[in-house]
Ligand binder design. Structure first.
Ligand code: FAD
Length: 474
């Protein structure tokens, strides 16, 4: 018997339901396969940093699998439809009886999986598993069995389920008694731009698990208060691992509830606040399953389609490069451009600035974030952008507009974060740091830093009018 495990966004051997199921029969020959699809990734705007991180993690995974006697076959083809054709052939050539995989919930991925099942036409049994979520999409339902559209009741329903659910992780497979021979295909680098993720991101599930442990034991207590301050290293930085499935949310939950057994009861604790974030992550994943149009550039709130966006390449480029003249926005964009990660508070501030101060279509921002983030994840990114743009379910109301200067003062009071990313403001005293154009000490030549590209007060009025007009139309 031959069992094939198709690995996608689940690059780990621990708590991998598909891998675990494939290994249940001790006599089966178990092979794993990974298919790189660079053309598809290009269409999905995958960041070169994420591509490099993926390759590093694939190498670690291949090593871990080899230790269990499971060869990892690697193949590259342009896009999802080619991958379906290739995999159907591969199943045939290997005489596979069953194919195991963990679901991906995005629209194109689901379509690909349906196409594969059709191509296999019952010759190979396909077994899919829920993964990459705390609770399976579709399992958290309102009284009349719909999807929750508001986060808090969704969260409360999740908490009730989590208290009852079996959240045990499945173990890594034992070493096969009759291991299949090593795969001969090398792990060739993909045909896709790659940018080294840096020391911050060691590859492999051991690194992810060790970060999870350290975070739980050393930082969780302060998380509630410190997580909003970008100059502090107060969040887990696990998002890049979660996005590729090097770590699972169940593993996070298990570690969390072992360290803080009363987490579900202490709503004011750091542990509860962190769990809340993991549930936000689930919320956005469940939403894209219930509303697949979210994966296809559609807003959740229909009337927002009528907002007359401003198309200004110069303003967009200034935002992308971190040259808006608003220090907190610019420092944040530079953090992302230079490292591939941006603090959550800053994602909210920069997204709001693009949409509400520059009146630029949120989809431009969504695309740009995806192309730069090491933790790029369709559901979370789309959810975050639609929240900031007031186009999503349970998002900020359109008339709530962040003031970037006030936000900067509030969350980077002494400018520690700004100074780290904007060395050109080194000489500016704290009092002027959030409005450097007002600093009288800049001298005749001024600072080597732009003046604000828009005036927040008038931009706010323009945006309110544009949203109101769209709402009246819609
Ligand atoms: P922690 O604070 O340690 O949180 C733990 C985990 O919970 C994170 O790793 C992440 O998986 C999840 N999480 C935390 N906050 C959120 C949230 N608001 N929504 C969904 N999941 C969350 N997150 C991504 O993983 N990928 C994205 O592409 C992404 N794009 C975003 C775009 C915008 C405009 C906004 C506002 C948020 C976005 N987020 C995204 C959510 C959040 O900013 C990041 O998950 C978080 O900053 C990652 O850092 P961390 O791992 O240290 O988080």
């Amino acid at each position: 018997k031959t069992h094939l495990v198709w690995l996608r966004a689940d690059l780990r051997i621990h708590d991998n339901p598909a891998l675990y199921a494939a290994c249940q029969d001790p006599d089966a020959r178990v092979l794993a396969v990974y298919i790189a699809t660079p053309e598809q990734w290009r269409r999905h705007e995958m960041a070169p940093r994420q591509a490099a991180f993926l390759l590093d993690n694939l190498a670690a995974l291949r090593h871990a699998l080899a230790g269990r006697g499971i060869p990892l076959h690697y193949h590259q083809c342009p896009d999802f439809s080619d991958s379906v054709a290739w995999l159907a052939d591969f199943c045939r050539s290997q005489g596979a009886d069953a194919l195991f995989y963990n679901y991906q919930y995005e629209f194109n991925e689901r379509r690909r999986d349906r196409a594969l099942e059709q191509a296999l036409d019952g010759r190979v049994t396909c077994q899919g598993f829920d993964d990459g979520v705390l609770l399976p999409p579709g399992s958290v339902r309102t009284g009349d069995s719909g999807m929750y559209k508001v986060f808090t009741p969704f969260r409360n329903a999740c908490l009730r389920k989590l208290a009852e659910a079996d959240m045990q992780c499945v173990p890594a497979p034992a070493r096969r008694v009759n291991p299949a021979p090593e795969s001969r295909d090398g792990l060739a680098p993909f045909d896709y731009p790659r940018q080294a993720p840096g020391e911050e991101y060691p590859a492999g599930e051991d690194a992810a698990l060790s970060r999870l442990r350290t975070f739980c034991h050393q930082q969780m207590q302060d998380y509630r208060k410190a997580r909003d301050i970008p100059s502090l290293d107060a969040t887990s930085r696990l998002s890049a691992y979660l996005a590729l499935g090097v770590l699972s949310p169940r593993q996070c939950y298990n570690r969390l509830s072992r360290a803080y057994p009363l987490v579900l009861e202490h709503a004011d604790s750091g542990a509860f606040t962190w769990l809340n974030e993991l549930i936000w992550r689930d919320f956005y994943r469940h939403l894209i399953v219930s509303y697949p149009a979210l994966c296809r550039h559609q807003p959740f709130i229909g009337w927002t389609r009528h907002v007359a966006w401003c198309r200004d390449e110069n303003l967009l480029a200034a935002w992308q490069l971190g040259k808006t003249g608003y220090p907190i926005v610019d420092a944040a964009m530079r953090q992302m451009n230079q490292t591939g990660w941006m603090h959550n508070r800053l994602r909210m501030i920069t997204a709001s600035f693009l949409v509400k101060d520059l009146l630029i279509d949120w989809r431009e921002g969504e695309r740009y974030f995806m192309s730069r983030l090491i933790d790029g994840d369709l559901a979370a990114n789309n959810g975050g952008w639609q929240w900031a743009a007031s186009t999503g379910t349970d998002s900020a109301p359109y008339f709530r507009i962040f003031n970037p200067t006030t936000q900067g003062r509030r969350f980077d009071e002494r400018g520690e974060f700004i100074r780290r990313w904007l060395p050109e403001l080194a000489a500016v005293p704290d009092t002027y740091l959030h409005e450097p154009h007002l600093w009288p000490g800049a001298g005749e030549d001024g600072l080597d830093y732009p003046r604000p590209i828009v005036d927040h007060g008038s931009a706010r009025q323009t945006t309110l009018a544009a949203y109101k007009a769209a709402k009246d139309r819609g």
